[in-house]
Design a binder for this molecule. Structure first.
Ligand code: AHG
Ligand code: MN
Ligand code: MN
Length: 338
């Protein structure tokens, strides 16, 4: 049987990319492979989530006598474990952990990268069989290679990311990652357990017809945001519409769809939560990076997400991300709030 060389696995792809950089060490490729491995393990557990009544609830002991962990804790353990035992990451910060973790072994300390992640995004959707995901960003450390990483390595603006990506555990499982060179998507082929290039060189359409927002919060939004949402509802054939409202409640699924089809995703501040809900380091920066590399834009309403200097690990920001021309229209409304 002839081998179909159109099929390229994640490892083959990242190795091919290295050929253009003879001095590259392959460290980033290994880190991505490690993330991909942990995601495969998470995917297996996500697929079993519907069996929870049979296998045991989180916090209880299952039939094998093991403690059943909440899926977001399980996911965190997988990503943290694989990077800790790998040789391509000096430390991590996770939405699930209060503080960052510096890997204290001689090999990890020699790594030049740190990784920040939301191990399971959209976890409220686990019980109802709706797509969920993982989001991550990779930075070059600012402290010297060979020493323990410090908080400074994690509090870098998003424009310093060398790579960012997400996995979506959905009708099929995908890994999408961006470097400055482009955004590429890989679908997990369950028959061989490999991430397979399925969406090469993803570009976000400059304009789309989808807007994603939690309408339930409408009366808590600023005047500019309310006016923008109302304008979206009034779009018709004369001004680029009609628009469609789509909001799953798993940002990974919402932004993934908008990235491919064109659209805008928002999580604005509200009167009760002026900074919104989403976390700058684990959720907004990776998506801002991916969408910008794909040709789109991301802002907190006042400044570019990627230019925000973080002050704390778990800080939240209002978030608006999507197709370039739609974002530019939105920005004219957000200016009113300043
Ligand atoms: P997480 O599960 O990591 O806490 O994040 C969920 C986030 C995001 O994925 C989603 O867009 C948003 O929460 C939904 O929040 P609302 O229900 O407030 O709209
Ligand atoms: Mn999340
Ligand atoms: Mn989460």
């Amino acid at each position: 049987m002839a081998i179909n060389r159109k099929i390229l696995t994640l490892d083959e792809f990242t190795i091919q990319q290295l050929r253009d950089f003879p001095h590259a060490t392959g460290e980033l490729s290994r880190l991505l492979r490690d993330m991909g491995l942990a995601a495969k393990r998470v995917n297996v557990e996500v697929n079993k989530a519907g069996l929870v009544d049979i296998l045991g609830d989180a916090g209880t002991v299952n039939v094998q006598g093991e403690e059943v962990k909440k899926l977001d804790v399980y996911a965190n353990d997988q990503f943290t474990g694989v990077l800790r035992h790998g040789i391509s990451c000096a430390g991590i910060a996770s939405e699930e952990l209060d503080d960052y973790v510096a890997f204290d072994d001689e090999i990890s300390k020699k790594s030049k990268y740190v990784c920040l992640y939301d191990p399971l995004d959209g976890s409220a959707n686990i019980d109802v069989n709706v797509s969920i995901g993982t989001i991550f960003g990779v930075y070059r450390r600012v402290t010297p290679v060979g020493s323990l990483v410090t908080k400074e390595d994690f509090l870098q603006p998003g424009n310093q990311q060398v790579a960012a990506g997400y996995m979506i555990y959905g009708s099929s499982t995908m890994l999408v990652y961006a470097t400055r060179r482009g955004v590429n998507g890989f679908t997990l082929d369950p028959s061989i357990g490999e991430w397979t290039l399925s969406h090469p060189d993803i570009k976000c359409p400059e304009i789309g017809r989808i807007y994603s927002v939690n309408h339930g919060n409408f009366f808590e939004y600023s005047e500019g945001v309310k006016k923008y949402i109302t304008a979206c509802q009034k779009k018709d054939k004369t001004n680029g519409g009609p628009y469609t409202q789509r909001y799953i409640g798993s940002m990974v699924a919402d932004v993934h769809r908008n990235l491919i089809k064109g659209g805008i995703f928002t999580y604005p501040g509200t009167t009760s939560k002026p900074k919104g809900k989403l976390r700058l380091l684990y959720e907004c920066n990776p998506f801002a990076f991916i969408v910008e590399v794909a040709g789109g834009k991301a802002t907190n309403g006042k400044e570019r997400i990627l230019d925000i200097q973080p002050t704390e690990l778990h800080q939240r920001v209002p978030f608006f991300v999507g197709s370039k021309l739609m974002m530019e229209e939105l920005e004219t409304y957000l200016k009113e709030d300043q």
